[in-house]
Design a protein around this ligand. Structure first.
Ligand code: FAD
Length: 455
């Protein structure tokens, strides 16, 4: 069998692998992807003026790693200015206004209202404690600049579960919190207090993020990188083993039923944690244990294409938190193109996300059953969508999102540390979103470059 030789081999063609390959594009680099498409959890399909999205949809502003990458690739980003904090409960859509006013506007019993105010205050305080360790416990990770990914967090909050941080809640408030936390594929008893406080508490924070999307969807970016890398991207080639040896690293993949061997001086493994754990041979005990400790929850999503010819009541809404229905979030992903004063382009696209226990239960159903369950609830929330949905796309993400369980900060060092010539990147290495993920790859690529240059 012939063995291909390269400077660097990258395993996995999600945003992590693509960014690593892009950062090393002037070197002899090859990227190996298991599927017939790159992008991983970035996945959308274009339909005339619209695009259906079942994976990641928004990125940071022009200064964020993804914003900079989009500019470098000549892609246009558009700001998502729509309402982000709309809530649907018991037939009522609560939209606009400050988040702090919600306890008075969401349909709740008196006991529920009081409990929501109490929970809000607890969350605000926990968020302030979390922020002492980083200006923004989530977005603060975008800017890190060391040899490997580091994360900051409040040790006390990291040690406890988020339901302990929240304290006792009225059942109506529990349902609201479930909607918010299920969005990151976990329950509050599964995630750490730090993770929950950072994530949910930011809703109460004054700072509004510059959220953007790419015209055409984020797949425009992953495809643009893959296209520029050309035949250095191998698709349909699941990697079976990554083995460090005296000359560097050897990767065994299967393509078209045949075994392919690739030798390289360095590897960047950019696959989700359980896959990384399985394919990298001989990992030291603490690194293997850290990978085993990464927790993913499932997502089950459905994108819908609609064919309306005029404005819809939800044109100004980006995100709706949905209480006690089959999904927790409904996104109007075409909202960023609806500019005030601009002509309303025909059609649109929505997507619903269900996560954690909701998704786990529905994942056992067929796509047709899932479609019917989701559509029934979509029609209830926005009755005007009845009869205009022309296409649906159900997407199952079993490894949806690596949320932080209690104790997560303790295994950061082992997760981020290279193993001989093998470096690691991906969303589980830091915080799961495209910005920090791409940053983890820039860092891995920079370390590999230094080693190549030193040699
Ligand atoms: C529904 C959803 C919505 C999200 N929304 C946002 C958002 O709006 N904004 C945001 O910033 N983030 C969002 N995220 C998070 C973001 O999508 C992820 O953090 C990021 O895309 C992860 O990239 P990755 O490269 O680490 O992993 P992945 O995208 O999972 O890529 C891993 C790649 O490795 C490949 N692979 C697996 N096994 C092998 C093997 N044996 N050999 C070779 N290749 C292999 C896979 O096929 C895949 O292409 C969302 C995630 C989901 C699921």
């Amino acid at each position: 069998m012939t063995v291909e030789r390269h400077d660097v081999v990258i395993v996995g063609g999600g945003i992590a692998g693509l960014v690593a390959a892009w950062a090393l594009r002037d070197r002899d680099v090859v990227l190996i992807e298991a599927k017939d498409r790159v992008g991983g959890r970035i996945f959308n399909k274009r339909r005339d003026h619209n695009w259906m999205i079942t994976g990641a949809h928004f990125i940071g502003g022009p200064d964020s790693p993804m914003g900079q990458l989009a500019a470098e690739l000549g892609l246009e980003t558009i700001r998502a200015e729509g309402e982000m904090a709309t809530v649907w409960k018991d037939g009522r859509l609560v939209r606009g206004g400050r988040f702090e006013t919600y306890p008075f506007r969401i349909p709740l019993s008196l006991a529920g209202r009081l409990s929501l105010i109490r929970t809000g205050i607890r969350l605000r305080l926990a968020n302030m404690r979390a922020r002492r360790y980083s200006d923004d416990p989530i977005r603060g990770l975008d800017g890190f600049d060391g040899p490997a990914v580091t994360v900051a967090g409040h040790p006390g909050l990291d040690a406890e579960t988020f339901d302990k941080t929240l304290g006792r809640m009225h059942p109506e408030v529990e349902a609201i919190m479930r909607t918010i936390v299920n969005r990151v594929t976990a329950e509050s008893h599964e995630m750490s207090g730090h993770f929950g406080a950072a994530l949910v508490g930011n809703l109460w924070a004054k700072k509004t993020m510059d959220r953007r999307t790419i015209l055409g969807g984020l797949t425009e970016l992953t495809e643009a990188i893959a296209q520029r890398l050309g035949n250095r991207v191998m698709r349909d080639a699941p990697v079976e083993a990554v083995v460090a040896d005296k000359d560097g690293v050897t990767v065994r993949a299967i393509q078209g039923g045949k075994e392919v061997m690739i030798a390289a001086r360095y590897a960047i493994v950019a696959t989700p944690a359980p896959i990384t754990r399985r394919i990298v041979a001989g990992l030291p005990g603490d690194k293997a244990a850290a990978l085993d400790a990464v927790r993913y929850g499932p997502y089950l999503n459905m994108a819908m294409l609609t064919n309306e010819v005029g404005p819809m009541s939800y044109d100004d809404i980006y995100m709706v938190g949905v209480i006690d229905r089959s999904f927790c979030m409904l996104y109007n992903t075409m909202n960023p193109v609806r500019r005030k004063g601009a002509p309303r382009t025909p059609g649109g696209a929505l997507v619903v996300h269900s996560g954690a226990h909701q998704a786990a239960a529905l994942l056992k159903r067929t796509d047709d059953e899932i479609r019917d369950i989701f559509l029934k609830d979509v029609y209830e929330i926005f009755p005007e969508t009845r009869g205009i949905v022309t296409e649906t796309w159900v997407q199952r993400w079993e490894l949806g999102y690596p949320y932080w369980p209690p104790g997560r900060l303790g295994f950061q060092e082992a997760l981020a540390r290279p193993f001989g010539p093998i470096h690691f990147s991906g969303d589980y290495v830091g915080y799961a979103s495209t910005g920090p993920t791409s940053q983890s790859s820039f860092l891995a690529a920079r370390e590999v470059r230094k080693k190549l240059e030193a040699a």
